[in-house]
Design a protein around this ligand. Structure first.
Ligand SMILES: [Zn+2]
Length: 238
C-alpha cells in the first residue's frame, strides 16, 4: 500500500516500513467473517504488527463484515444517514431518545441491535418521520441545530415527494394533489391530515363503486353525491 519511515517496533530500527492490507478471517458472535485488515510489515524480520489506530480500524472492519453478514447497516451507512439530515452524533441521539454516546459507538466498534437498526433505516427512508421526531425533540435542541436539521429534512421530504414518492406509496401522490387543492392547506398540518383521510376514503369508495358496479367514474361520483364542481379534480387523479 505505502511505506512509512518510522521506528520499527519489530526490529527496533528506523526504516521504511510497509503498510499492507491482508485478508483476515475471524469468528465474531459465532459468525465467521472475512475482511481486509491493515498491518505494518517489517522486511528485516518479515513480521506483521499493528499500532493502536490499526487495531481499532481492523476491529471496525471485522464488525462491518459481521454487520453485512447479518443484514445490518455498516458504519459508513449509518454515517450517511446522519449526514443526510445534517445532524451530529449527539443531536441524533437526542432526537431518537437514545443514550448520548449510542450513535458514536454504532459508527464504530459497537454493533447495533436489530431494533435500533430498523429505526435508523426508517429515518433513512422516511424524512417525514424524521421531521416529526425532530419536532418533538425541539425543546432539547439549540435553535441553530434545530433549524439546520429541519432544512435538511424538509429538502429530503420535498424530493421524496416528487421523486420516489409514487413508486414508494402508490396512490399517495394523487391524494396529496387532492389535499393541496383545498385552499390554504399545507402538508403536515392537522387540516392536511384531515383532508388526506377524507380523500383516501373518497377515492377508494369511487374505485370500489366503479369495480363492483361496473360503472363510469362520472356515475360513481354522482352516486357519492360529489359536487359537480369537483368532478374535474377527481377525473384528473383517477
Ligand atoms: Zn523493522
Amino acid at each position: 500500500m505505502e511505506n512509512i519511515r518510522r521506528l520499527c517496533e519489530s526490529c527496533m530500527e528506523t526504516h521504511e516500513v510497509q503498510v499492507v492490507s491482508r485478508e483476515e478471517q475471524n469468528i465474531f458472535n459465532g459468525q465467521t467473517v472475512t475482511y481486509e485488515a491493515v498491518y505494518y510489515h517489517c522486511e528485516n524480520t518479515d513480521e506483521y504488527y499493528a499500532d493502536e489506530t490499526m487495531l481499532a480500524e481492523n476491529d471496525v472492519a471485522m464488525k462491518n463484515a459481521y454487520r453485512k453478514a447479518k443484514g445490518l447497516l455498516t458504519t459508513d451507512e449509518i454515517i450517511a444517514v446522519r449526514k443526510k439530515y445534517n445532524i451530529s452524533q449527539n443531536s441524533l441521539c437526542i432526537v431518537l431518545g437514545w443514550g448520548e454516546k449510542t450513535i458514536h459507538r454504532y459508527e464504530g466498534h459497537q454493533v447495533q441491535d436489530y431494533a435500533h437498526d430498523s429505526i435508523l433505516r426508517k429515518i433513512n427512508d422516511d424524512p417525514e418521520w424524521f421531521l416529526a421526531l425532530l419536532e418533538k425533540a425541539r425543546p432539547s435542541l439549540s435553535p441553530n441545530i434545530y433549524s439546520k436539521c429541519r432544512s435538511a429534512g424538509e429538502a429530503l421530504y420535498t424530493s421524496w415527494n416528487t421523486d420516489g414518492f409514487i413508486e414508494n406509496q402508490p396512490g399517495k401522490a394523487q391524494i396529496m394533489s387532492l389535499v393541496c387543492s383545498h385552499k390554504g392547506v399545507k402538508n403536515n398540518t392537522p387540516a392536511s391530515f384531515y383532508y388526506q383521510g377524507k380523500e383516501e376514503e373518497r377515492l377508494s369508495a369511487l374505485r370500489n363503486l366503479m369495480d363492483t358496479m361496473s360503472i363510469s367514474l362520472r356515475q360513481a361520483m354522482e352516486a357519492l353525491k360529489i359536487p359537480s364542481s369537483e368532478y374535474e379534480k377527481y377525473a384528473a387523479v383517477m
